[in-house]
Design a protein around this ligand. Structure first.
Ligand code: FAD
Length: 540
């Protein structure tokens, strides 16, 4: 392996490393991704690519590609059914979980999608591979790092041949998952509660199963019984299914369970099946003490770990990539201020802490936490128990399946790159999402008259949204100021009356990651100060 120099070295070609490579590649930043395995998509873990991730995929030009790659039919309903067993009593239903229905909604530019993580990873890999300047090297494990004031040197081992070489980069990002080598090499601890509970994830093929029950099409069937509570759902139209047995009782080794027996007992049905994959995993509540050191950063599972309840883990990691991507590009290209990269942890960590709280709360109500004695009993007493549990499910699981306030309502607080406007911040929301252009929030979205998304008009750098009556002299002044600092700035003038109503201002300065940096009716006298703060020139 020859020594090579690049701008950004990424350890790990999981969804986060690949997303970062795409974001950097689209910003003309050369990068190399090293992945210890020989391909992407090894573990069939996440199923939900949420609304926010799909908005980012739209920006990266692959939202439609992922939709087309879906192994489930395009209009397969994202319903969730709770029943005692597949041949038992129905307890509750959620329709259109995770906002996956394709009907247009003004609140977002893309619906969520129920799609296996391995399909998403392959779509991301193909997009990254098409970008000049992005290189993905499989069978390469990062083993050691050393950094100095100019960059990072990483020792890489070719796991097939055993050959070693060095890659030199200006920055290194550890997107290398829960057991992050980069995090370990930096000596950064994870804080919180490790090992909340053991869980079993498996994939099996059972073409007959869809026709053996009367619960209707759904993406998840939650089996609520005392015997073996679990949830499962179809992964494609050819009979491939996943099953998760969560929160197994203490002392149970998920790897020792008989996979077939788990499927039979939880579903209550017997059918032909092949076990394709068995993946025991442990739920954690952990967050990295720091998100990097010097020229090295951590993203995704490498710095935050929580139960998958609510489908946030990978999606948070993809948003980390979008945050880090523009900040690395701006710094490397000379228009980012000296403190811009320092805002990565300041902005992302509090959001992660909030999502971890939500996910852990959701995880409280899984496994045997929902089942009650006599829940499968025929007759009046059984019916009473089922009604009671059904009500608990409808109330208690709503946060898990419909959390748009968490997915889109994340606000960057206390960041020196966000310029407060003296108004009251919006309240924190979970199921509801009321868009707000309060600085730090995601830019409120709406569909334009011509059918395009407002976001489609944003530039790759900063975007100044200006109401129709915004004085052109002020716009020109900001353009000149941005040019002075070589900050890329696009101006979008909006005649639509929804703009001032939603944004509560005549101007909004939107960052490359679609978050509002500043809003106001007039540009500040000192436009240079505004641009400098937004580009990270001011320390925290
Ligand atoms: C059962 C289950 C269901 C889930 N469902 C969801 C869901 O619906 N939605 C959701 O958002 N999240 C979900 N998650 C979480 C999601 O799977 C993870 O958050 C996601 O995989 C993290 O992505 P990542 O890229 O950070 O890390 P990973 O996916 O772990 O990728 C890291 C990559 O780095 C490579 N690597 C590691 N060390 C090195 C090294 N030294 N050198 C080179 N390469 C290295 C690894 O081989 C791997 O390919 C689920 C998790 C589980 C367990």
């Amino acid at each position: 392996m020859t020594d090579r120099v690049t701008d950004v070295l990424i350890a790990g070609a999981g969804p986060v490393g690949l997303a970062l490579a795409i974001d950097l590649g689209l910003r003309s930043v050369p990068c190399i991704v090293v992945e210890q395995h020989d391909r992407v998509g090894l573990n069939p873990r996440a199923k939900l690519t949420n609304v926010r991730s799909r908005e980012l995929l739209r920006r990266w030009g692959i939202a439609d590609e992922l939709r087309r790659a879906s192994p489930l039919p395009p209009d397969y309903p994202a319903n969730i059914v709770f029943a005692t067993r597949l041949n038992g009593y129905t307890l509750a239903r959620f329709e259109d979980a995770f906002y996956c229905a394709r009907a247009r909604n003004d609140l977002y530019s893309e619906p969520g999608q129920w799609v296996p993580q391995y399909t998403l990873e392959e779509v991301l890999r193909q997009r990254a591979a098409r970008l000049p300047g992005v290189e993905i090297r499989f069978d390469c494990r990062l083993e050691r790092i050393a950094q100095d004031s100019e960059g990072v040197s990483a020792e890489i081992k070719d796991v097939k041949t055993g050959a070693r070489g060095t890659l030199r980069a200006k920055y290194l990002v550890g997107a290398d998952g829960a057991r992050s080598t980069v995090r370990a090499l930096l000596g950064i601890d994870m804080q919180g509660d490790g090992a909340l509970a053991p869980n079993l994830n498996m994939v099996f093929r059972a073409p007959a199963l869809a026709g053996l029950h009367d619960k209707g099409p759904a993406v998840m069937y939650w089996m609520v019984n005392r015997d073996l509570p679990a949830y499962f759902g179809p992964l494609d139209r050819d009979g491939l299914w996943f099953l998760i047995a969560p929160r197994l009782p203490g002392g149970v080794d998920p790897g020792s369970l008989d996979a077939r027996d788990v499927v039979y007992r939880s579903s209550g049905l017997r059918f032909d099946m092949d076990i394709v994959h068995v993946d025991p995993w442990t739920a954690h509540r952990l967050i990295a003490e720091r998100y990097g050191a010097g020229r090295v950063f951590l993203a995704g599972d490498a710095c935050h770990l929580h139960p998958p309840s609510g489908g946030h883990g990978m999606n948070m990691g993809i948003a980390d990539a979008a945050d880090l991507g523009w900040k690395l590009a701006a710094t490397l290209q000379g228009w980012g201020g000296p403190h811009l990269l320092g805002t990565y942890q300041i902005e992302r960590k509090p959001l992660h802490q909030r999502v971890i709280r939500e996910a852990v709360e959701n995880y409280e109500l899984v496994g045997d936490r929902l089942a009650r004695d006599r829940i499968e009993e025929p007759g009046a007493e059984g019916a009473r128990v089922r009604t009671e549990v059904g009500e608990i499910i409808l109330k208690g699981k709503l946060h898990e399946f419909r959390s748009l306030g968490v997915v889109l309502g994340g606000r960057y607080r206390d960041s020196p790159a966000i310029i407060p406007d003296g108004t009251r911040p919006p309240r924190e929301q979970v199921t509801d999402y009321e868009p707000s252009a309060y600085p730090g929030c995601l830019a409120p979205h709406f569909w334009m008259q011509d059918g395009t998304s407002l976001y489609d008009h944003f530039g790759p750098g900063f975007t100044l949204l200006a109401g129709q009556e915004a004085p052109t002299a002020e716009i020109s002044r900001l353009q000149r100021t941005a040019a002075q600092r070589t900050v890329p700035l696009e101006v979008v003038t909006l005649a639509d009356s929804r703009f001032p109503a939603l944004y509560q201002a005549r101007f909004a300065l939107v960052r490359p990651d679609q978050h509002v940096a500043w809003r106001g009716d007039r540009l500040p006298q000192d436009a240079l100060d505004l641009i400098d703060r937004a580009r990270g020139s001011v320390a925290a």
